[in-house]
Structures are given as structure tokens and as C-alpha cells.
Ligand binder design. Sequence first.
Ligand code: ATP
Length: 140
Amino acid sequence: MKKQVVVIGLGRFGTSVCKELHKLGHEVLAIDRNVERVNGLLDFSAHAVVADATDEKSLKSLGVRNFDHGIVAIGDNLQSSVLCTLMLKEIGLKKVWVKARDLQHQTILERVGADRVIQPENEMGIRVAHHMDSEKLIDY
Ligand code: ATP
């Protein structure tokens, strides 16, 4: 089923999530305050918009309340990441998944209502280790 997803923060992680969701046929609204990053997503999203994701008025005027899912991919700016997560939950998005840079960031995000917190480097490191572990079995 087609999902409507708003992706906020178009660094490497946000861009990758955005492009893949678009490829899978979902409706993606991509938001960043950096115009170059937004331009890079114009052909890989239904809508790509320059906006400050900590400005509640902007988020509302973009119709974010019509989206079921949100992905906050602002890793380095803790304040923006937390504020944006809080707003998306207050606006009423059912599922808000957020990228965290470390455990402290993760704990704060869970307290403000993030439905899932992702630490990409950490999760990928674990997956790679497991892949390597299972390759060892295949070698025998
Ligand atoms: P990676 O590139 O590995 O995904 P990262 O989380 O450090 O890592 P950044 O390169 O910092 O990613 O990208 C975060 C993006 O979020 C940037 O493009 C930045 O412009 C955007 N951003 C940060 N704060 C806001 C905000 N308040 N509103 C909109 N966009 C924001």
C-alpha cells in the first residue's frame, strides 16, 4: 500500500531513505533548509521543499498533517532534531522515526515521543558483523 512520508533533513541518510521510498512508489515530501540539498531531490520525490523544520507554521502550511509517517534525519543538530520530532508528534503523525547520533540523543528522542530511533552507523556495524559471522559458516 502506498504510504505518505515526510522526510526532514537531506544529508546522506535522509537522501538515501527519500530516494528509496520514492523508488518503491511511496509519496515522499522532502524538506531541508538547504536549497542545494532540496534541488538534489527534485527528481526523486513527489515534493521537495526548502523550509525550517523547527518552524511549526511552515510545517503546517506544507500540509504535513496529511502525512502518516515522518522521518527526521537531522543527526548533528540536536536541538533541531528534538524540536522537529516533538512538533511532528504534536501535529499528529502516527509514526515518527528519527535518526540519532548517540545514546543520549536517543534517550531524549524517546522521551519526546519518537516511535523509533535509528543509529545508522551502529545498526549497520551490527549487520556487517553478522554477515561476516554467517560467511564464516558458509566457508566451512
Ligand atoms: P549524514 O549526512 O550522514 O546523514 P548528518 O545527520 O550529519 O549525517 P547532515 O549532513 O548534518 O547529516 O544533514 C542534516 C540535514 O538536515 C542538512 O541537510 C541540514 O540542512 C538539515 N537541517 C538541519 N536542521 C534543519 C532544520 N531546522 N530544518 C530543515 N533542515 C534542517
